[in-house]
Design a protein around this ligand. Structure first.
Ligand code: HEC
Ligand code: HEC
Length: 116
């Protein structure tokens, strides 16, 4: 046992180190992919493309109005999730829940004379 650990100790360390590295790389890729997937979903739910909210040469830029409103509405959506709309017993809150595939959803009940 003593001899074996002397023999394999160093290669084993290298092996473990490379495993740890491989894991952090996958985690990074997964996170990027997850953001991308979410972004594709919200775009579809609003019926827009990425450029509605982003300067596509810098996805961190927040100068577009839709980016700012979008960020607020992500908080609303999350707040609803945290307060029962989590999809476990009923609906899960999404952008689609209000937007229905439109950037500007109807949010006022039509007035009677308009409805006629
Ligand atoms: C309705 C507006 C909206 C649309 C449409 C949208 N995004 Fe975003 N996106 C945001 C907001 C807001 C954030 C910042 C989220 C945060 O800070 O938590 C963000 C963040 C990102 C990020 C992360 C940027 C960083 O911080 O590194 C990427 C990448 C991204 N979006 C890509 C896309 C792509 C690709 C599309 C099209 C498929 C898209 N987005 C569509 C609003 C939008
Ligand atoms: C609780 C309902 C609700 C949810 C959920 C919701 N929105 Fe909204 N959103 C609205 C309403 C209502 C408006 C229209 C406000 C107006 O016209 O002034 C709006 C407007 C917007 C606008 C601005 C459109 C414009 O240019 O006037 C953006 C961008 C937006 N929402 C993004 C999102 C995104 C992204 C999500 C999901 C993460 C989301 N919203 C979820 C209700 C919602």
């Amino acid at each position: 046992m003593q001899r074996a650990s002397k023999r394999y100790g160093v290669p084993l360390l290298f092996f473990l180190a490379s495993l740890a590295q491989a894991e952090s790389v996958t985690q990074f890729v997964t996170k990027e992919e997850k953001i991308r997937e979410e972004m594709i979903t919200i775009s579809r739910e609003l019926g827009v493309t990425c450029t509605e909210c982003h300067n596509v040469t810098n996805f961190r830029e927040d100068s577009k109005k839709s980016f700012q409103v979008g960020k607020e509405h992500m908080k609303i959506t999350q707040m609803l999730k945290d307060n029962g709309f989590d999809g476990k017993k009923g609906p899960m809150s999404t952008c689609y829940m209000c937007h229905r595939g439109k950037l500007r959803p109807d949010f006022k009940e039509p007035t009677p004379d308009k409805a006629h």
